[in-house]
Design a protein around this ligand. Structure first.
Ligand code: TXA
Ligand code: MG
Length: 342
C-alpha cells in the first residue's frame, strides 16, 4: 500500500521522478503501445513482489521484462538465437514478446521459477524514456487487478490500482489495445503462446511456419505460458460471444428476447451495426469500422469496462474472424465471454 497515487503528465520532470521511484523499489504504471503496464525494477525481487501484491496476481504467472535497446537483452537472456535476432530487428520496438533462456541474475519471481524469461521493447516514447531514465529493465504486467480487463487509459489503471501504485504516467489512450504477441522460439516450429499485435502472418513472412497454442484452456496445469488461463481479461458482467455464419442473426435474436424480458442488454459492435442495434433498444458501445481490425482491437477493453459501468444485465458481441488481428481479438473475447454461441 502506498500513501497516495499520483497521476502525472509524462514530462521530463515526472519521468525523472518515476525513474527514481523505480530505482528505489516502487511501482510506476506507464503507457505502452498495447496496454498500460505496472512497472518495477526487474532485477529487484522485492520490488517485483510488490507488483504481485498490488495486482492480486498469483506468483505462478510470470512477468514480461521491458527494455529500451536491443543490447540490454544480454543482461536477461543467456542466448539470443539468429531467429530471435531476426524477429527483434523486424518488430522491436513493438508488440512482440520473445521467450528466451533466462540469465541467472533475473530474479526467479519474475519468471515464476521458469528457466525462460519474457522480453520486449515497447513502442511508446513514455515507456522508452522511463526505462532509459531508470537505467534498469522494467518488469511489467498489464496494470489491472488480476483477472480484470487490461487498462487502455490512465483512468482504467486508477480505477483498479488507486492506492497501490506510486505514480501513473498518463499517456492518453493506448494505440493497439490488446496485449503483445507472446512467442516461444525454443520449439520447432516456433509457437505463439498468446496472439497479439504482431500477427502470425507477419511472423511467418519472416521465418516460415508458426504454430499456435490451442486456446481456451480451463486450467493452467501444464501450460507452457502459465498466465493463459481460459477465464481472463474479463468484465464483471456476463458476456456472450456470437461466432460463425449466423453470428449477427443470433445476436439480434438474443437481444430482442432479452429486451422482451425487460432486461438491459449492452452490445459491443462495429460502427456499421450501431444504428440497427440502437433502433432495437440496445445500449451500444461502438468499436470502430468493421474493416479496421486495429481500431476494433483498441476498443474492446474500453467497451467491456464502459458497459460494466452502465450496469447492463449482459454484454453481447460478435466475432471478427480469424485473419490477422482477428485472431487476437477472438482470443480476448473468448476469454472474456461466459458463453460462446456458434
Ligand atoms: O502488451 C503486453 O504484453 C503488456 C504490456 C504492459 O507490455 N503486458 C502484459 O503482461 O500483457 P501480462 O503479465 O498481463 O501478460 C504476460 C504474459 C502472460 O500470459 C504470461 O504467462 C506470459 O506472458 N509469460 C511471461 N513470462 C513467460 C515465460 N517465461 N514463458 C511463457 N510465458 C510467459
Ligand atoms: Mg494481464
Amino acid at each position: 500500500m502506498v500513501a497516495m497515487t499520483r497521476i502525472l503528465t509524462p514530462d521530463p520532470e515526472s519521468i525523472a521522478a518515476s525513474a527514481e521511484i523505480i530505482r528505489s523499489g516502487g511501482l510506476v504504471a506507464f503507457p505502452t503501445e498495447t496496454v498500460y503496464g505496472l512497472g518495477a525494477n526487474a532485477m529487484d525481487a522485492q520490488a517485483v513482489a510488490r507488483i504481485f501484491a498490488a495486482k492480486g496476481r498469483p506468483a505462478s504467472d510470470p512477468l514480461i521484462v521491458h527494455i529500451s535497446r536491443l543490447e540490454q537483452v544480454e543482461r536477461l537472456a543467456r542466448n539470443f538465437s539468429p531467429a530471435a535476432r531476426t524477429l527483434a530487428e523486424a518488430f522491436w520496438p513493438g508488440p512482440l514478446t520473445l521467450i528466451l533462456p533466462r540469465q541467472p541474475e533475473v530474479p526467479s519471481l519474475v519468471t515464476s521459477g521458469l528457466d525462460s524469461v519474457a522480453v520486449r521493447i515497447p513502442d511508446h516514447p513514455v515507456a522508452l524514456s522511463l526505462i532509459e531514465a531508470a537505467e534498469t529493465p522494467i518488469a511489467a504486467p498489464s496494470a489491472n487487478r488480476f483477472g480484470h480487463t487490461s487498462p487502455t487509459t490512465a483512468a482504467h489503471v486508477y480505477h483498479d490500482l488507486a492506492g497501490k501504485v506510486d505514480i501513473i504516467l498518463d499517456g492518453g489512450s493506448t494505440k493497439i489495445g490488446v496485449e503483445s504477441t507472446v512467442l516461444d522460439i525454443s520449439t520447432s516450429p516456433v509457437r505463439i503462446l498468446r496472439p497479439g499485435g504482431v500477427t502470425r502472418e507477419m511472423i511467418e513472412a519472416l521465418i516460415g511456419p508458426v504454430s499456435m497454442l490451442a486456446q481456451s484452456r480451463k486450467t493452467s496445469k501444464g501450460l507452457p505460458s502459465p498466465g493463459l488461463l481460459k477465464k481472463h481479461y474479463a468484465p464483471r458482467t456476463e458476456m456472450i460471444l456470437f461466432k460463425g455464419p449466423d453470428a449477427r442473426k443470433n445476436l439480434f435474436e438474443y437481444l430482442k428476447a432479452e429486451l422482451a424480458l425487460g432486461k438491459r442488454p449492452g452490445v459491443m459492435a462495429e460502427d456499421e451495426e450501431v444504428r440497427a442495434l440502437e433502433e432495437c433498444g440496445a445500449l451500444v458501445f461502438p468499436l470502430g469500422a468493421g474493416i479496421d481490425l486495429a481500431g476494433i482491437a483498441s476498443h474492446i477493453y474500453a467497451g467491456m469496462r464502459w458497459l460494466d459501468d452502465q450496469k447492463v444485465d449482459v454484454i453481447l458481441c460478435t466475432d471478427f474472424g480469424d485473419q490477422g488481428l482477428g485472431v487476437a481479438i477472438r482470443d480476448r473475447l473468448t476469454r472474456a465471454a461466459t458463453r460462446v454461441v456458434g
